[in-house]
Design a protein around this ligand. Structure first.
Ligand code: ATP
Ligand code: MN
Length: 508
């Protein structure tokens, strides 16, 4: 074969061209992340950094550019001397533009940083027209930033939140991995709607304008892609149980979808859930695991995300100042996090909780929107938060709920009235974890399914595990975004997921 001389010739010419241009440094030196420059600075070193301009302060003699590349909340100060660069280039450096800067690390003259970068080469990768760029160096409202979710990761607040979110994903896997749990991918498309109660998103390839019909006029799902009705999953639990009854301790960490019309600060239509499922655990073992996991995660954030948490702490204190005295929280964000790490959670039964709530001030003075009258009704978020924030002043685990307000798979207690369910309630959030000991007795489970109109024939595979080598087992679900809300102190769940999906909103 004839060697491709043309290629070599081009390559050689390109190399020579690079060496001649001012971009030589930029092309030939590897990029250093700003986090590294600031955490272990080497004064005198020649480096290249790349990032987005947060601010530029220019005077006649010098321009200071604050550059951020997302590796840390801190900016690197770049010093640009007008003697070295053309005015035209300096004017193209505006808030939001993207640069590659080569230069020398020097000790900083100004306060606020130890080192700065003396620029010797600058390439503007992308300009950002100041007339059009929506993120100006000032405080924007969270509502406004939701409308520009494609750009909000470039703010300090969202940079911090998404770095913490990443650290927490890692921490979740570390916690379970270190305990020997097996991570299982449960399906995202499911054929069962056992739990969905109609609050599922349908998955179909049928033509909505002209669907095939059965003889009695219903949509004929036999003609659909899966030859049956299919949905996006609302929980990986049922499949998780199948795996736990073989691998003994498993967890899932996947997306879940709920078509519930809850326009609250704690509900998303698409969210991520962590669902451990453990053979040979009773409800108490499961509560212990839940408490240990939450403490581990909070502690991990305190240890690994200090810079970002410090920023969010100050941010939260600023927010607090604008609230009336009565609504301010007693603890700061960091105090709340440390409190959770250092204190045991309260554990009480549903029945005890009802007694506390019935005799509480807001109930007697009819301040609750839903008054607590008798035993048996579901608790609303206002009740959960009263127990956590006013009565116990710490996280609370509620267990042994009335069977009628809970799911079919929860294990019946000997009283015949309650099931071995447990919810973990957190300050500012309400329910963060929901779980139970599962009904492992075949007859009890089948009876309960029939009583609650769960299609037991369709769920033969679930019942099979109770027929063949059944075992006591338990599990729970942790809403990942609610956890991130607690750790970051963000009031609205839409601000802890990069691109929130909620009723009426699916942009980006
Ligand atoms: P809630 O009563 O708050 O609507 P739930 O009882 O329906 O929650 P579960 O089915 O028990 O929730 O789900 C387990 C966990 O998943 C909850 O404890 C919560 O942390 C989280 N979660 C549930 N629904 C949502 C949602 N729509 N958006 C975000 N997280 C959710
Ligand atoms: Mn629940």
């Amino acid at each position: 074969m004839r060697p491709n001389y043309r290629f070599f010739a081009l390559y050689f010419r390109w190399q020579v061209a690079c060496q001649r241009t001012e971009y030589y440094d930029i092309i030939m030196t590897k990029r250093t992340k700003i986090a590294k420059v600031l955490s272990s600075p080497e004064v005198g070193q020649q480096i290249t950094v790349k990032g987005w301009v947060r601010t530029k302060r220019a005077s006649k003699n010098v321009a200071f550019v604050a550059l951020n590349d997302g590796s840390t909340i801190k900016n690197l100060q770049v010093v640009v001397s007008p003697e070295q660069f053309e005015e035209d280039l300096i004017t193209r450096i505006t808030t939001g533009s993207c640069l590659a800067v080569g230069g020398r690390v020097v000790e900083s003259q100004g306060s606020g940083q130890n080192v700065e970068l003396e620029a010797s080469t600058i390439e503007v990768y992308g300009e950002a027209d100041p007339e059009l760029y929506p993120l100006q160096p000032k405080k924007h409202s969270l509502e406004f930033l939701r409308e520009i979710a494609h750009l909000r990761p470039r703010t300090n607040t969202f940079g911090a939140i998404f770095r913490i979110r990443h650290a927490m994903i890692f921490a979740v896997h570390k916690f379970f991995h270190d305990k020997g749990f097996v991570n299982i991918h449960t399906p995202i498309i499911t054929g069962s709607d056992a739990e969905g109660a109609g609050e599922t998103f349908r998955v179909t390839t049928l033509d909505p304008k002209n669907p095939p019909l059965t003889q009695d006029g219903a949509i004929d799902f036999k003609e659909d892609f899966f030859e049956r009705e299919a949905n996006l999953t609302v929980s990986g639990q049922l499949e998780g149980e199948l795996a736990a009854l073989a691998l003994s301790e498993i967890y899932t960490f996947g997306p879940t979808f709920r078509a519930e019309n809850s326009n609250t600060s704690r509900h998303l239509s698409e969210f991520w859930m962590i669902e451990p499922e453990m053979a040979f655990y009773d409800i108490n073992d499961s509560m212990d695991l839940g408490e240990e996991m939450l403490r581990f995660l909070v502690n991990y954030a305190l240890e690994q995300c200090a810079d970002d948490l410090d920023f969010l702490e100050k941010r939260a204190l600023d927010e607090e100042k604008s609230k009336p005295q009565a609504e301010r929280s007693e603890m700061s964000l960091l105090e709340r996090l440390k409190f959770v790490v250092e204190n045991d959670f309260a554990r009480i039964t549903y029945t005890e909780a009802i007694d506390i709530l019935r005799n509480s001030k807001p109930n007697k003075k009819k301040k609750f929107s839903y008054l607590i009258e008798g035993w048996g009704s579901d608790l609303q978020s206002e009740h959960e938060r009263y127990l956590v924030e006013k009565h116990f002043k710490k996280p609370v685990i509620l267990f042994d709920y009335p069977k009628d307000i809970k799911s079919f798979y929860m294990r019946m207690n000997d009283d015949g009235k309650t099931v071995a369910a447990m919810d973990i309630l957190f300050p500012g959030i309400g329910e963060i974890v929901g779980g139970s000991q599962r009904e492992e007795r075949y007859d009890h489970l089948l009876t309960r399914m029939q009583e609650m109109n769960i299609p037991d024939k369709e769920m033969w595979w679930y019942l099979d595990t109770r027929k063949f080598g059944t075992a006591p087992h338990s599990g729970f679900g942790l809403g990942f975004e609610r956890m991130i809300q607690f750790i970051t102190g963000m009031g609205n769940i839409r601000d802890v997921i990069p691109f929130p999906r909620t009723p009426g909103s699916c942009e980006f």
